[in-house]
Design a protein around this ligand. Structure first.
Ligand SMILES: Cc1ncc(COP(=O)(O)O)c(C=O)c1O
Length: 436
């Protein structure tokens, strides 16, 4: 550290050089985040000193957090939004960690309850390990398409991940999920808006499985949470046989209107147009976390609250204010417009693709498009070519694009910062590379 402080001018010149090295999202097709709405930024600045980890000092921000949870629960079709419980997190990863932590605690509590029953019945065998109801590692069942945050979770919480098969639409197969359930299963995961393709798992079927096996079901809607509820009915429709049919249409259900869903995570810092960090974790009601909360709850002797039961301590009230402000300001109508714009980009992208003799790898449901640039004969060769094109798009033209791992394809996320002109220019650059 320098001994003497640098002047404001010198410092901000330096900060400028750092910020010039960051993206302004101008040529970014790879990110699930975007430029926040100006209302969110203004609210973030107004509440820059707020810490909701110490609620007594920031009672106003806490009221906003409660309101954010209520608004989100209502957006997620909760039958009684006031009974939902939850809080803001730093994003999808933290929300998923906490949701699974509760599942694990619930599972451990149920084991110790069962052990107590066994012990009471056979007091003379108290020390016999064979009496343990369950000795293996707890496991979590999740789709193969799940976000990599679950790999961290497995390590952090010492659980096994059992990955269920997916169908040709990259959605989890319910029968595969059910076949993986055993006595050590702590819960199920479904995804609304998977990271690579944006598809929504059949959460209605998962809900039934969860109810049948009395397991919690967490829906990771980090990306899709602010998309699926706002799609026009005809775009988000499916018939029971998986085919689109507008006359028999029904809206995709993925949240609290399904009785087996016990928690949902959504990220305002993705399609919610709020600032980073901004995640929301919502549980259906107090009873779904119940005694598992007691394991996390700690006394907070030097704070204004008596207890804390969130994963992190100090939490940014500025993100709460930004999320409250943008949700209130946009309302459902504003979010419908936001999604409509991104879907217009998605349609434009598909039309422009045709002009260069390409098509989406699979018809997109929301604003994520994957495009295969290989000949489909050899996966490894296609993967190599995809990676090469991805790197060249960046090095030669400055376009940030990602690639999928499940299949060899380029992946484009059509976020609110993207324009139709960006798409046309980028695809013309892509065509040049493919023809070279
Ligand atoms: C489906 C899904 N879940 C979780 C996450 C993790 O979110 P974050 O990076 O905000 O922690 C992502 C990020 O892309 C995601 O797509």
């Amino acid at each position: 550290m320098n001994e003497k402080g640098v002047s404001e001018k010198e410092l901000f010149d330096e900060l400028c050089s750092f910020s010039n090295a960051d993206t302004n999202f101008k040529k970014v097709f790879s990110s699930m985040c975007t430029i926040p709405h100006p209302i969110a930024v203004a609210a973030q600045q107004q509440f820059s000193l707020s810490n909701i980890g110490d609620p007594g000092l920031f009672a106003g921000t806490c009221r906003m957090e409660t309101e954010v949870i209520r608004m989100s629960a209502s957006m997620l079709n909760h039958p009684d939004p006031k009974s939902a419980v939850g809080h803001m997190t730093s994003g999808g990863t933290e929300s998923n960690i906490e949701a699974v932590l509760h599942m694990k605690n619930r599972f451990l509590n149920s084991i110790s309850d069962a052990e107590n029953t066994v012990e009471n019945a056979t007091e003379n065998k108290l020390n016999n390990n064979n009496n343990r109801v369950n000795q293996s590692k707890p496991n979590l069942i999740l789709p193969k398409t799940s976000h990599f945050s679950f790999e961290k979770i497995a390590n952090l919480l010492d659980i096994d991940l059992k990955k269920a098969d997916i169908d040709s639409n990259f959605k989890v197969i319910p029968e595969s999920v059910e076949s993986l359930i055993d006595e050590n299963t702590i819960g199920l995961i479904g995804i609304a808006g998977n990271t690579e393709f944006g598809f929504c798992d059949p959460i209605d079927a998962l809900s039934e499985i969860a109810l049948r096996h009395e397991l919690p079901l967490h829906v990771d809607a980090a990306f899709g949470g602010f998309v699926y509820p706002f799609l026009p009915e005809s775009d988000s429709t499916e018939t029971g046989d998986g085919n689109e049919n507008k006359s028999k249409s029904k809206k995709v259900k993925f949240a609290f209107d399904l009785p087996g869903v016990t928690s949902v995570s959504i990220d305002p810092h993705k399609m919610g147009r709020s600032v980073i960090p901004g995640g929301i974790l919502i549980f259906k009601n107090e009873s779904v976390i119940g005694s598992s909360l007691d394991k996390i709850k700690v006394r907070t002797p030097y704070l204004t609250s008596k207890y804390q039961s969130t994963l992190t301590g100090t939490r940014p009230g500025s993100s709460v204010a930004a999320t409250y402000a943008v949700m209130k300001h946009l309302g459902a109508e504003g979010y419908r417009k936001n999604v409509a714009y991104c879907m217009e980009l998605t349609n434009h992208f598909q039309n422009e693709l045709k002009k260069i003799d390409l098509q989406p790898y699979i018809k997109p449901k929301i604003n994520i498009i994957t495009v295969s640039v290989g000949d489909g004969k050899n996966k490894a060769a296609d993967q190599e070519k995809t990676e090469k094109i991805r790197a060249q798009l960046l090095e030669k033209y400055g376009w940030n694009v990602s690639a999928t791992k499940t299949v060899p394809a380029l992946r484009f996320v059509l976020m609110p910062h993207v324009t139709k002109e960006d798409i046309t220019t980028m695809l013309s650059d892509l065509k040049e590379l493919l023809n070279a």
